[in-house]
Design a binder for this molecule. Structure first.
Ligand SMILES: Nc1ncnc2c1ncn2[C@@H]1O[C@H](COP(=O)(O)OP(=O)(O)OP(=O)(O)O)[C@@H](O)[C@H]1O
Ligand SMILES: [Mg+2]
Length: 350
């Protein structure tokens, strides 16, 4: 059984990548096999934090069909049992991942053999990021104790819950439209909380309302408070909990407090992960504890989501650009022989 740990944040630069690298090492040191995937498309830098040169093909090679499987892209690291799939500058982070490739990518992630698969995501609420985050019911959200980071963490959680609700109902259904209207602020009224949309869904169909409650109930994000300097900073976590309770009627669980640590900020510059370079530093000890917790309280697998019309949009685009029209055949060559042309070897394009 493989556990997926997506790592996200509302605000950028709060320590996701540093955590992904060190959490991977911490889990591997506790005898788990781990694959780290850099899914910060367009902003990949996990290799730097791991101290690996950027010379291997990455996720973009799979997205652009230069590699058949993700497994082909796995590289070893300095830590035994820890493997890595690099990100890629081939794919821009702002571009929407083609729907079918996103599905294929998620399927490939599912098929990887490891105890834990950690996804280092970009910050913010693009659909790509939200969908990667929703690969687990209990993804990790990193925040720092400052007000902006806490408010952005709240916004991230709200966007995730709305995306989850939206994708839990089939396209073209009244339920999905109600969620979309809510997201687009087409619903009258100020300070609408998530309760409002659940009640609307109840109104459409009591079963849909109950389904929405069940789905939201199963959403159990876990928060990591990173780079705090004082005990007071830990308590700032309660502000996030409060705003989530007030507006989303939901609870978040804090699973780690990682202190601000000069050694943690120094190690990426030294091109060696903190846990390997300074295993006794406060940051490393905090991450080891967090890994132990994750091992003892693993979380259920993937959420099942309906397509978000991306499939239809993509088919439309294919139609407009002629991508789906049959290509002219060369006399004598059969479609079978064309399909048999081998894919380029990713090694050659390194
Ligand atoms: N606990 C900590 N103590 C000291 N420095 C830290 C700590 N956590 C992260 N940092 C430093 O903060 C900077 C940002 O960290 P990191 O790149 O991991 O953030 P990120 O959330 O992945 O950023 P992005 O949103 O750009 O992907 C790095 O220089 C990192 O070394
Ligand atoms: Mg990062």
């Amino acid at each position: 059984m493989q556990y997926l740990i997506p790592i996200a944040s509302g605000k950028g630069g709060v320590g996701k990548t540093l955590l992904a690298a060190n959490l991977g090492i911490a889990l591997a040191r506790q005898q788990k096999t781990v694959i780290l995937i850099d899914l910060d498309l367009g902003g990949s830098n996990l290799h730097t934090v791991l101290g690996i040169r950027n010379r291997f093909p990455g996720v973009g090679h799979f997205i652009y069909r230069k590699a058949d499987t993700l497994e082909q892209l796995v590289v070893t690291t300095a830590q035994e049992r820890l493997y890595f799939i690099p990100g890629d500058s081939l794919f821009s982070g702002t571009a929407n991942l083609p729907y079918w490739r996103k599905l294929a990518l998620l399927k490939q992630i599912d098929e990887l053999t490891a105890d834990f698969v950690i996804l280092d995501l970009g910050s913010g609420t693009t659909f790509n990021t939200l969908d990667f985050f929703l690969t687990s019911q209990s993804g990790l959200v990193v925040t720092t104790p400052d007000t902006t980071a806490i408010l952005n963490a709240y916004s991230f959680l709200k966007s995730s819950m709305l995306r989850l609700l939206q994708r839990s109902f089939p396209g073209r259904s009244d339920e999905r439209q109600a969620v979309v209207d809510f997201v687009q602020q087409k619903v009258e009224g100020e300070n609408l909380t998530l309760r409002h949309i659940v009640e609307t869904l109840h109104g459409i169909n009591p079963e849909s309302g109950q389904a929405a409650e069940r789905i939201l109930d199963g959403f159990r994000p876990r928060v990591i408070m990173n780079a705090g300097r004082t005990a007071q900073d830990i308590r700032l976590g309660s502000r996030l909990r409060q705003v989530v309770r007030n507006n989303l009627e939901h609870d978040v669980e804090f699973i780690a407090y990682l202190p601000h640590d000069e050694l943690a900020s120094r190690s990426p510059l030294e091109r060696s992960p903190t846990l390997l370079q300074y295993p006794q530093s406060p940051y490393s000890l905090g991450v080891m504890q967090c890994a132990t917790r994750l091992i003892h309280e693993p979380v259920p697998g993937r959420l099942k989501l309906f397509p978000d019309d991306e499939d239809l949009k993509e088919l439309q685009e294919d139609f407009a650009t002629g991508r789906n029209r049959p290509q002219p055949t060369t006399r004598g060559s059969s479609p079978v022989s064309r399909a048999a042309v081998p894919l380029p070897n990713p090694e050659q394009s390194v």
